[in-house]
Design a protein around this ligand. Structure first.
Ligand SMILES: *Cc1c(COP(=O)(O)O)cnc(C)c1O
Length: 339
């Protein structure tokens, strides 16, 4: 059997989840008549500690709605280095929301001083207006690292004090919450809007949510329609997301244990460098001499992983990989490195 460690998006819905989806009561959600969509949105709002939530087709759509809610075309968004919004959304920030990004700090996370250094002067009408501060928690490209919550609160408060909007790209907020041992709602609280994925660590086949105030979510519903994201009997999909929230949220920490098990296993191998301090959640980044060649040789042992740069490999643990699978992947790495 192939062990797929490329991403936490590769999970298969469980039999029980498929049953829940197949049996879901549905209606036309554009008429507001889908009970399964309502149930998921209410549950997601509660878990994220917001007034309301909206089911969206992807994390990308959730982030774009966040940008559109807070900004007008031409506005600038302060964001951490290598943010998903900049790197992995096909340029939608510019093309769809019409914003431009100003990078704060280095390495993905940033502090209040970094944020302030990234603001455009407000007095100059001929410069872009900075309207929004966005953070990503956990930060994918930085290796699933978790924001220090005091820093996140300080950044959000400084943004609000300047009249700026605040958005949290919480695609993996569940992982951040599990790592810190706090409810996701506590991490979302400082931010007006939050997007969160159902189709990563939680193992649903499709979808994300955007949560915030009732007013923001009503406006987001309009924007979602504009983007073609309003769907009819969407409860079939929402039922998978609801099942994931009800049954898989509790176990996210197991993925973190497995990521650490993998990281410690390969750290001892010759030619492999892992910074164990960055292994905080379900993502492991490690360095090898030639990442594409390493990935090819691992594939020969039925282990899939992602080259993330010329010398960087990313491994992500998830619902469909257990400790025994991790041990097999480590054994394959041992064989590949000749240890
Ligand atoms: C995966 C991810 C998203 C959303 O991705 P989709 O593939 O559009 O669902 C957004 N932000 C981060 C940090 C992600 O890792």
């Amino acid at each position: 059997m192939v062990i797929d460690l490329r991403s936490d998006t590769v999970t298969q819905p469980t039999e029980a989840m498929r049953q829940a989806m197949a049996r879901a009561p549905v209606g036309d959600d554009i008429y507001g008549e889908d009970p399964s969509a309502r149930a998921l949105e209410e549950r997601a709002a509660a878990v994220l500690g917001k007034e309301a939530a909206l089911f969206v087709s992807s994390g990308t759509m959730g982030n774009q709605l966040g940008l559109m809610l807070h900004c007008r075309p031409g506005d600038a968004v302060v964001i951490g280095e290598n943010a998903h919004c900049m790197l992995y959304e096909s340029g939608a920030g510019g093309a769809v929301a019409g914003v431009q990004f100003t990078v704060a700090g280095a390495g993905g996370t940033f502090d209040v001083a970094d944020m302030e250094a990234a603001l455009y002067p407000t007095a100059a009408y001929y410069m872009p207006r900075t309207r929004l501060v966005t953070i990503e928690n956990t930060h994918n490209r930085a290796g699933g690292v978790v924001w220090d919550q005091a820093t996140a609160v300080a950044v959000a408060e400084a943004a609000k004090a300047r009249g700026l909007g605040t958005h949290l790209d919480g695609a993996r907020i569940w992982n951040a919450a599990a790592a810190l041992g706090v409810p996701a709602a506590e991490l979302a609280a400082p931010f007006e809007t939050v997007s969160a994925c159902l189709s990563k660590g939680l193992g649903a086949p499709v979808g994300s949510v955007l949560a915030g105030s009732a007013a923001h979510v009503e406006e987001a519903r309009r924007f979602r329609k504009m983007l073609g994201g309003a769907m009819r009997q969407v409860g079939i999909l929402c039922a998978g997301g609801l099942f994931a929230l009800e049954h898989h949220l509790e176990r996210v920490g197991e993925d973190h244990d497995n990521a650490r098990r993998f990281a410690e296993g390969v750290a001892a191998l010759p030619g492999v460098t892992v910074d164990l301090a960055t292994v905080q959640t379900n993502i492991v980044l490690f360095e090898v001499a030639d990442a594409p060649a390493f990935a090819d040789r691992m594939l020969a042992h039925d282990v899939l992983l992602s080259p993330f740069g010329p010398t960087t490999i990313r491994v992500v643990t998830h619902l469909d990989v257990d400790a025994a699978g991790v041990d097999r992947a480590v054994a394959a790495a041992r064989a590949v490195t000749g240890a």
